[in-house]
Design a protein. Sequence first.
Length: 74
Amino acid sequence: MYWVHGLNYGLGGIMGLIIIVLLVAVIIIFLRRNSFTNYSNRDNKDEAIEIIKKRYAKGEITKEEFDKIKADLS
């Protein structure tokens, strides 16, 4: 009967280890997803600023409009 009791402790240890591994995996996925979002937003902002620079250079928008749009993006 002792070996059954010991087996239960062994399985509990394995289950605990599995839970810890799953929690670490969830944390890693969460951190990677958030860092990707930050890079993506930064790229979109840079692209938008390049567009307004081109529009300003072509004369499509005034200096005041350029400054206002740039401030809104920042």
